[in-house]
Design a protein around this ligand. Structure first.
Ligand code: HEC
Ligand code: HEC
Ligand code: HEC
Ligand code: HEC
Ligand code: HEC
Ligand code: HEC
Length: 421
C-alpha cells in the first residue's frame, strides 16, 4: 500500500506562513503612518485636524494637493516660503487671515513623509456596535488595531475554510485512487497529556512559586513607601490615551521639567488648546473598562471647569478650579531638581516614572526612597559628551579617579548636603 505525507501538516505550514507574511506586511504598512500620527498629534494637532478646519486647514489628503518638495519647505518654514513670493503659499496664508504657522526646522524628510502618510490614510468609517445607536459614526484617525485585527481574522477564517475544502477534495481524490491517508492517532485529552508530562508540571510549579514570591515581596516593599500610589483624580485623565496612543510629548504639558526644579501639572488652558475642538473621543478609544460615554463625560468635566460653552464655542467666565491630587511627594528635607536630571543628565522621564504612556491612571512607579536615589547615583554615568558646563570639573575628577567615565556618585552625588537642605 502507498502512503502519502500527512496532508494536514502541509496545510498547517501553508497557513502559518501565510498568516506570518500577512502580519508582517501589515506592520510595515502601518508603521510610518503610526509614527506620523504620533508626530502629528505632538506637533500639529494644536492647530490642525485631519477633517475640518481649526486654526489651520484640514490636512487629510494634503499630499495630493501639493508636491513633496513644496511640503518640506512649507512645514520647515512657511514664513520663508511666503516671503519668497510663492503663489500657493501666499494664497493659503491670506485665506487663513495671515495667521502664522509654527516653523518645524527639526523635522527630517522622513518625519514629514510619515506625517503626510498619516494624512493620506482614508477616513475609517465604523458601524455602531448596537442597533440602538442610529446612524454611522465617523471616526477620524489612522487604521486602528481592531480594524487590522478584524481584517486579519477574516482573512484567516477564509483561509481555514479554503484549506478545509482543499483537504476534503484531496482526500476524496486519494480515496478514488485507492490511496489511504494516514489515520490520526487517537489523542489523549489535554489534561491527561499535561499530567503525564512531568517537565511541564515542574515548570508550572516553579512559575507559580516565583510569581507568588514576587507579589509577596512587592506587597511587603510597599509598607511605609508610597510606591504604586494611585489616587482617583477629579478628571479621569489618561496618560495612555494622551502620551501613548496620541503620542503627545511629555514636555508639551510638563514643560517646566526641562528648566526648573519642578515639573508641574499643566494649567487647564493647555488642555483647551486641543479640547476646544475635541469634545468627544473616537469610538475606537473606548475600552472594556471605560466606555466612550464615560470618556466623553470626563471631557465635559473639563469644559465645566474652564467654563467653556460648547454650543456657543466661547468661555462663559464661570470656572471651577480642578484640584489634582499630588502623587509624587518627597519630604521637605529633600532637594530634588528635575532640570538637573532631565536636561543635564539626559535621563528619560520613564526611568523614574515608569511606562507612563501605558498608564490609564497615573501612579507612583518608583519608591522615591533615599536608597533609590543613591543606587542610581552609584550606577549612572554622568553624560560627559556635549556638556560644557561640566567639562572642566570632569577632566579634573576623571584624572583623580583615573577613569574615563564618572558616576553621579563620584561627582559628589552621595554627599548629604547635595540632597538635604
Ligand atoms: C500654530 C498653529 C500651527 C501649527 C502648530 C501647525 N500649523 Fe500648519 N498651518 C497653520 C495655519 C494657520 C495654516 C494656514 C496658512 C497660514 O495661515 O499660514 C497652516 C497651513 C498648513 C498647510 C497647508 C495646508 C493647505 O491646505 O494649504 C500644511 C500642509 C500644514 N499647515 C502642515 C502642518 C504640519 C505638518 C504641522 C505639524 C508638523 C503643522 N502644520 C503645524 C497653523 C499651524
Ligand atoms: C496632555 C497633557 C499631559 C501630557 C502629554 C503628559 N502629562 Fe503627565 N500629567 C498631566 C496631568 C493633567 C496630570 C495630573 C493628573 C494625573 O495625575 O493623572 C499629570 C500627572 C503626571 C505625573 C504625576 C504627578 C504627581 O502628582 O506626582 C507624572 C509623573 C507625569 N504626569 C509624567 C508624565 C510623563 C512622563 C509624560 C510623558 C510620557 C506625561 N506626563 C505626559 C498631563 C499630561
Ligand atoms: C495635544 C492635544 C491635547 C491636549 C493638550 C490635551 N488633550 Fe485630552 N485628548 C486629546 C485627544 C487626541 C484625546 C482622545 C480623542 C480620541 O481618542 O478620540 C483626548 C481625550 C481626553 C479625555 C477623554 C479620555 C481620557 O483621558 O479620559 C479627557 C478627559 C481629556 N482628554 C482631558 C484632557 C485634560 C484634562 C487635558 C489637560 C491636562 C488634556 N486633555 C489635554 C488631545 C489633547
Ligand atoms: C531622576 C528621576 C526623575 C526623572 C528622570 C523625572 N522625574 Fe519627575 N519626579 C521625580 C521625583 C523624585 C518627583 C517628586 C518630586 C518632589 O516631590 O519634589 C517627581 C515629580 C514629578 C511630577 C509632580 C510635580 C512635581 O514637579 O513635583 C511630575 C509632573 C513629573 N515628575 C513629571 C516628570 C516628567 C514629565 C519627566 C520627564 C521630562 C520627569 N518627571 C523626569 C523623579 C524624576
Ligand atoms: C535614574 C537615576 C537617578 C535617580 C533615580 C536619581 N538621580 Fe540624582 N542624579 C543622577 C545623575 C546621572 C546625576 C548627575 C547629573 C549631572 O550633574 O550630570 C544626578 C545628580 C543629582 C544631584 C546633583 C549632584 C551634584 O553633584 O551636583 C542631586 C542633588 C540629585 N541628583 C538628587 C537626587 C535625589 C534627591 C534623588 C531621589 C529622590 C535622585 N537624585 C534620584 C541620576 C539619578
Ligand atoms: C541622592 C540624594 C540623597 C543623599 C546623597 C542623601 N540623602 Fe538622605 N534622604 C534622601 C531622600 C530622597 C530621603 C527621603 C526618603 C523617604 O521619604 O523615604 C532621605 C531621607 C533621609 C533621612 C530620613 C529623614 C526622615 O524624616 O525619615 C535621613 C536621616 C537622611 N536622609 C540622612 C542622610 C545623610 C546623613 C546623608 C549623607 C550620608 C544623606 N541622607 C544623603 C536623599 C538623599
Amino acid at each position: 500500500m502507498k502512503k502519502v505525507g500527512n496532508p494536514n501538516s502541509i496545510s498547517r505550514i501553508l497557513l502559518f506562513s501565510l498568516a506570518f507574511m500577512l502580519t508582517f506586511s501589515i506592520q510595515i504598512f502601518a508603521q510610518d503612518a503610526a509614527a506620523g500620527k504620533a508626530l502629528f498629534n505632538a506637533q500639529c494637532a494644536a492647530c490642525h485636524k485631519l477633517d475640518g478646519k481649526m486654526t489651520g486647514p484640514a490636512l487629510r489628503g494634503v499630499g495630493d494637493k501639493y508636491e513633496k518638495e513644496w511640503l518640506y519647505k512649507w512645514i520647515r518654514n512657511s514664513a520663508d516660503l511666503i516671503k519668497s513670493g510663492d503663489d500657493r503659499a501666499n494664497k493659503i496664508f491670506n485665506e487663513y487671515g495671515q495667521s502664522p504657522m509654527t516653523a518645524f526646522p527639526q523635522l527630517s524628510d522622513a518625519d514629514i513623509d510619515n506625517i503626510i502618510a498619516y494624512t493620506m490614510e482614508p477616513k475609517v468609517e465604523i458601524a455602531p456596535p448596537g442597533p440602538d445607536t442610529g446612524g454611522n459614526v465617523v471616526v477620524s484617525g489612522g487604521i486602528s488595531n481592531e480594524v487590522i485585527l478584524g481584517a486579519l481574522a477574516l482573512v484567516l477564517g477564509m483561509l481555514v475554510v479554503m484549506l478545509f475544502l482543499v483537504n476534503n477534495v484531496l482526500t476524496k481524490i486519494a480515496k478514488a485512487n485507492g490511496i489511504e491517508a494516514v489515520a490520526k492517532e487517537k489523542s489523549l485529552p489535554i489534561w491527561k497529556a499535561y499530567a503525564k508530562n512531568q517537565f511541564l508540571v515542574l515548570v508550572t510549579v516553579i512559575f507559580l512559586l516565583l510569581s507568588s514570591a514576587y507579589f509577596a515581596y512587592g506587597w511587603m516593599m510597599q509598607i511605609g513607601v508610597d510606591q504604586g500610589y494611585e489616587p482617583v483624580q477629579p478628571i479621569h485623565y489618561s496618560h495612555r490615551i494622551h502620551a501613548g496612543e496620541n503620542g503627545i510629548d511629555c514636555k508639551y504639558c510638563h514643560s517646566s521639567a526641562r528648566e526648573s526644579k519642578h515639573s508641574g501639572i499643566p494649567s487647564l488652558n493647555v488642555c483647551m488648546n486641543c479640547h476646544k475642538n475635541i469634545s468627544e473621543v473616537a469610538e475606537t478609544t473606548a475600552t472594556e473598562e471605560y466606555s466612550k460615554d464615560f470618556y466623553d463625560k470626563e471631557i465635559q468635566k473639563l469644559y465645566a471647569a474652564v467654563g467653556w460653552d460648547q454650543a456657543e464655542q466661547k468661555y462663559t467666565g464661570k470656572t471651577q478650579p480642578v484640584k489634582w491630587v499630588r502623587i509624587h511627594n518627597l519630604p521637605d528635607l529633600v532637594y530634588f531638581n528635575h532640570a538637573q536630571h532631565v536636561t543635564v543628565a539626559g535621563i528619560e522621564c520613564q526611568t523614574c516614572h515608569g511606562p507612563v504612556e501605558e498608564m490609564e491612571i497615573m501612579k507612583q512607579h518608583s519608591p522615591l526612597t533615599m536608597g533609590w536615589c543613591i543606587n542610581c547615583h552609584r550606577e549612572t554615568d554622568v553624560k560627559l559628551k556635549d556638556n560644557d558646563y561640566y567639562k572642566k570639573i570632569h577632566e579634573e575628577l576623571s584624572k583623580k579617579y583615573g577613569v574615563d567615565k564618572l558616576t553621579a556618585a563620584q561627582m559628589g552625588g552621595l554627599e548629604c548636603g547635595k540632597c538635604h537642605y
